[in-house]
Write a protein that binds this ligand. Structure first.
Ligand code: ADE
Length: 226
């Protein structure tokens, strides 16, 4: 998968892709991430990409010219499956959405800033608007990093243990059951007997029941959607 990230702060994002699973995915040749500094597409002498909103009001708006120039340059080089814009009023990120995006070849992600982008960018270029929650971030970079993280870990071969990504919370519409590791007892706090029983059918049944119970307590809406 190739991901092109359009941002005002490429350094802020760089760090995240240089560590852990993101780094491993790139080393294995399963992921290519390219940052594009929107300042490089500025049409002003000062390198700015924002402008005052028509109609007045506080805050600045990311202008149409630099954004269109960058998007169109990239579109001239390859076909994109989706051009994503990170925005608090976008579709809420979910596991099914990440699953779907993990099957794509080429993604472009535009990180919003200030008051957002000129609406014509959203109308004419963006194919998908994604929010990571009902709160406002200073910029779209963190949202882009969250989206990429959820997507890249699902690309086959990125996580060593394939089973692990599939047994994550939300993959079967349930949150994950509790997990334990050694020692079997710590300060009198015991690991549930069933997990030490060696009876795999019983363990699976216990995990399923725990997952359903946790989902009922913590994310009841997921059970209603099933
Ligand atoms: N930009 C600012 N806030 C955001 C959010 N909650 N999700 C995605 N992008 C954003």
């Amino acid at each position: 998968m190739r991901i092109d990230i359009l941002t005002l702060f490429p350094n802020m994002m760089n760090m995240f892709f240089e560590e852990s699973i993101m780094k491993r995915a790139q080393k294995k040749g399963l992921l290519e991430v390219v940052f594009h500094d929107l300042h490089d597409y500025s049409t002003t002498r000062y390198g700015s990409v924002d402008d005052y909103p028509y109609g007045g009001g506080a805050g600045m708006v990311m202008g149409i010219e630099p954004l269109a120039a960058c998007i169109e340059k990239l579109q001239g080089e390859r076909a994109y499956d989706d051009i994503i814009y990170t925005a608090p009023d976008g579709e809420m990120l979910s596991q099914p959405m990440s699953n779907e995006l993990s099957l794509k070849e080429n993604l472009m992600v535009l990180c919003g800033h200030y008051k957002g982008v000129d609406e014509r960018i959203r109308e004419h270029f963006i194919t998908r608007e994604i929010s990571i929650g009902d709160y406002v971030l200073t910029g779209g970079e963190l949202a882009a990093a969250v989206i990429c993280d959820t997507v890249v870990r699902l690309i086959p071969g990125v996580i060593g243990d394939e089973q692990s990504a599939l047994s994550d919370s939300f993959q079967d519409g349930l949150v994950a059951p509790p997990e334990y590791t050694r020692p079997p007892e710590f300060r009198g706090w015991k690991v549930p007997d069933v997990l030490l029983s060696g009876n795999h059918a019983k363990i699976e049944q216990w995990r399923y029941e725990q997952a359903v119970e946790r989902t009922r307590q913590r994310r009841p809406h997921l059970l209603n959607e099933k």
